[in-house]
Design a protein around this ligand. Structure first.
Ligand SMILES: Cc1ncc(COP(=O)(O)O)c(C=O)c1O
Length: 400
């Protein structure tokens, strides 16, 4: 079936689809690498990558071939049975994340649900059934399901759905003294944090703070969960930000880029921790099936053997150098944030206006945290495409 090429106006979508997203009017019908085409044939450079998902870009030849092959073999059998790809995905991802075991999910929020349940069960098994609470950071975003939402800080996401999971305390990010007080007084099951807070404006937490969090969790017997759903899977220049920070969390969650566009998430932990979840404690009908695992394998092989991790570092450095030069020329840019291919520009004003101007010029970005232009290009983006994106950004900023 050829896809419909008609432009469906937003009101027609709104008639039949929940209005949970403010959708752009553009209708994309085709992609190739870091480029997208809309229904009118207009070409765009994709500096958003489906919100940190499309690591291999669009229409990646090997991904298409392997997924097409898999579609013709087997799509789903459930977790009651084994399939040929689980072991290699698990072996690769645990080695890269310096973890020992993985639980597969379909999304980031589910990966965090698994992590929160794991932390509670772990405390119970250790003989601390009263340690059920969670400490999370101001500015956090961990997902939309009730558990993950409970540890998400933004009031407008939380309040309409209260009461949420009880026993959650938010502390200011980057304040080790506040964290120390909270962990010693509250003795929670876990501390959950994003080493780069993507949704609240690509805010990097200091490595010294992340190391302090590790030390405080060890001293208080608190499970340390790193939510690397957005920052992980190689996007920051290493597989996890944790690695650059020199921190070994107890649990790591991944999703977004890990299967290069297919819906997949993961909760990773040490064997000792993972083994506290027994058959029946947790599960998912769809998760970790043959099709998504095949997608994850293509991605992980490209990352490790295909030079993609090195490419993220190179393109990331090029992007940062270009943004620094733009920031020097454009005083409206207050601050640059992020690393690798997760970067942001905090603006003094006009972030939404700039986004609209960039779409008109054919550059896809998004605005997060109110005033930050967020850049999450595919890992396969070419050097000349980075330069082109930077030049579109510079021109649009100068006209702001
Ligand atoms: C850090 C982080 N955690 C969790 C999530 C939720 O992931 P999903 O939308 O796949 O449920 C997101 C999504 O933006 C995220 O950025």
């Amino acid at each position: 079936m050829t896809p419909p090429t008609l432009t469906m106006p937003t009101p027609a979508i709104d008639a039949h689809v929940f209005k949970t997203y403010k959708r752009q009017p553009e209708v994309f019908v085709r992609g190739d690498g870091a480029r997208l085409w809309d229904a009118q044939g207009k070409e765009y450079l994709d500096f958003l990558g489906g919100i940190a998902v499309s690591a291999l870009g669009h229409n990646h030849a090997r991904l298409v071939a392997e997924l097409t092959d898999q579609l013709g073999r087997l799509v789903h059998t459930s977790n009651l049975f084994r399939h040929p790809y689980t072991e290699e995905v698990a072996e690769r991802v645990t080695r890269l994340a310096r973890m020992q075991a993985v639980f597969f999910t379909n999304s980031g929020t589910e990966a965090n649900e698994a992590a929160l349940k794991l932390a509670r069960k772990h405390q119970r098994v250790l003989g601390h059934p009263a340690r059920t609470g969670f400490v999370a950071l101001e500015g956090s975003f961990h997902g939309r399901t009730l558990g993950a939402l409970s540890v998400t800080h933004t009031a407008k996401y939380r309040e309409p759905f209260e009461p949420l999971v009880p026993g959650v305390t938010f502390v200011p990010a980057q304040d080790a003294a506040a964290l120390e007080r909270a962990l010693f007084e509250l003795r929670p099951a876990a501390l959950i944090l994003e080493p780069i807070q993507g949704e609240s404006g690509v805010r990097d937490l200091d490595f010294a703070y992340l190391r302090a969090a590790r030390e405080l969790c060890t001293r208080t017997g608190t499970v340390l969960i790193f939510d690397e759903v957005q920052s992980g899977s190689g996007r920051s220049g290493t597989f996890l930000v944790a690695e650059q920070a020199g921190v070994a969390p107890d649990v790591v969650t991944l999703a977004k880029a890990i299967a290069a566009g297919l819906p997949m998430g993961m909760c990773l932990a040490s064997k000792a921790l993972a083994d506290t979840l027994q058959p029946g404690d947790h599960g998912s009908t769809f998760a970790g099936g043959p099709l998504v695992c095949r997608g994850a394998l293509v991605f992980l092989r490209e990352l490790e053997e295909g030079g993609l991790q090195a490419a993220v570092r190179e393109r990331g450095a090029q992007l940062r150098a270009g943004l620094e030069s733009i920031a020097r020329e454009c005083p409206v840019v207050l601050e640059l944030r992020g690393r690798g291919l997760i970067q942001g520009l905090r603006l003094a004003r006009g972030a939404d206006e700039l986004k609209t101007a960039l779409y008109a010029r054919g550059l896809i970005v998004n605005v997060t945290g109110g005033d930050v232009i967020r850049l999450l290009p595919p890992y396969v983006i070419r050097a000349e495409e980075v330069d082109r994106g930077l030049s579109l950004l510079r021109d649009a900023l100068k006209q702001l």
